[in-house]
Design a protein around this ligand. Structure first.
Ligand code: DGL
Length: 279
C-alpha cells in the first residue's frame, strides 16, 4: 500500500463563525498540501457574551464533529473558545475519549510571540467579553514575561457587527469607541493585539483608527507558523495527516447570508455545507 493511501488525516479549524477564516487562510499559506475542514458555528455566534459552560459545550460539540469527519488535530481558531474551553477539553476529554487526537488553541502561541513587537512593554488586547473576563492574556503573559504589561478590553459589538454585515458607519463608530476606550486607559500601549479572530477581518479599518505608529497584530501568521512548528515536533500526528490539498467548509446556520459572508471573507467562491445543529 502506498504511504499516501494510509495518510487520510485532516486538520480541523473551529470558530464560532467567520473569524477563524483569518487563521485558516494563513495556515493554508504555510501548509498548502494538507486537507482542511472549516467549521463555523454561525448559528450560535457570538460566543463572546455566553457563559463559560455554554462556550465549553458548544466548542466540545464542534471539536467532536470535526473528529468524526476525520480531523486528527483541531485548532480552536477562536480566542473565546481557547480561553474558556480548551483546557477542559485537553485535560478531561482527550485523554479518555480521543487519546490519539489533539486540540490546540491560539492564545498561548500569540503570547509566545507578541513581546517582540513592543518597545514600551505595554500591550493592549481587544477581545470578546468572555475572553477579557477570563484574564487569560494577562495571566499567561505574566508567566512568560512579567515585565510586559497587558491590558485587555472588550471589542463591544464588533464580532456581531461583522457577522451581520452591519453598515459601515456603525462599524467604524464601534471601532473608534473600543480602541479609544482601551488606549485611553494606558497611553504607553504601543502594540494592539486583535485577540478575537473576527477583528482580523477588519484589520485595515482598525489600523486606520489607531494612532500612527501603533502596531496592530493579528494572530493568523503567528498561529500558522506555530502549527507548522508543532507538527515538525509531533511526528505522531504529522504522519497521520494527508499531504493532498483540499478545504471544505461547514456551518451550523442555514441562513443564506452566512454563505455570502463566508465567500466575502474567504475571498473566493466556496461550497458551504450546512450541518445539523451541534447541541
Ligand atoms: N472569533 C471569536 C474569538 O476569537 C469570537 C467571536 C464571538 O463569537 O463572540 O474570540
Amino acid at each position: 500500500m502506498k504511504a499516501e493511501t494510509r495518510r487520510k488525516g485532516k486538520i480541523g479549524i473551529f470558530d464560532s463563525g467567520l473569524g477563524g477564516l483569518t487563521i485558516l487562510k494563513e495556515i493554508m499559506k504555510v501548509m498548502p498540501n494538507r486537507r482542511y475542514l472549516y467549521l463555523g458555528d454561525n448559528l450560535h455566534v457570538p460566543y463572546g457574551d455566553k457563559s463559560r459552560d455554554e462556550i465549553y459545550k458548544l466548542t466540545l460539540a464542534g471539536v467532536e464533529w470535526l473528529f468524526r469527519e476525520g480531523a486528527e488535530i483541531v485548532i480552536l481558531a477562536c480566542n473565546t473558545a481557547s480561553a474558556n474551553a480548551l483546557r477542559k477539553i485537553q485535560q478531561e476529554i482527550l485523554p479518555l475519549r480521543y487519546p490519539e487526537k489533539r486540540v490546540l488553541g491560539i492564545i498561548i502561541p500569540t503570547i509566545e510571540e507578541i513581546e517582540i513587537f513592543t518597545k514600551s512593554g505595554h500591550i493592549g488586547v481587544l477581545a470578546t467579553e468572555a475572553t477579557v473576563a477570563s484574564k487569560i492574556f494577562e495571566i499567561e503573559m505574566k508567566k512568560k514575561n512579567p515585565h510586559i504589561q497587558i491590558l485587555s478590553r472588550t471589542g463591544g459589538n464588533l464580532a456581531s457587527y461583522i457577522e451581520n454585515n452591519e453598515e459601515e458607519t456603525k462599524l467604524i463608530e464601534e471601532i473608534r469607541c473600543v480602541t479609544s476606550n482601551l488606549l485611553s486607559k494606558n497611553p504607553l500601549i504601543d502594540t494592539l493585539v486583535l485577540g478575537c479572530t473576527h477583528y482580523a477581518l477588519i484589520e485595515e479599518r482598525i489600523k486606520s483608527s489607531v494612532p500612527i505608529g501603533m502596531n496592530v497584530i493579528g494572530q493568523g501568521n503567528i498561529v500558522a507558523q506555530k502549527l507548522a512548528n508543532y507538527l515538525e515536533r509531533h511526528k505522531e500526528i504529522e504522519k497521520k495527516l494527508s499531504e493532498q490539498s483540499s478545504v471544505h467548509f461547514f456551518t451550523t446556520s442555514a441562513d443564506i447570508h452566512t454563505q455570502k459572508m463566508m465567500v466575502k471573507f474567504y475571498g473566493m467562491h466556496i461550497q458551504l455545507k450546512i450541518i445539523e445543529t451541534l447541541v
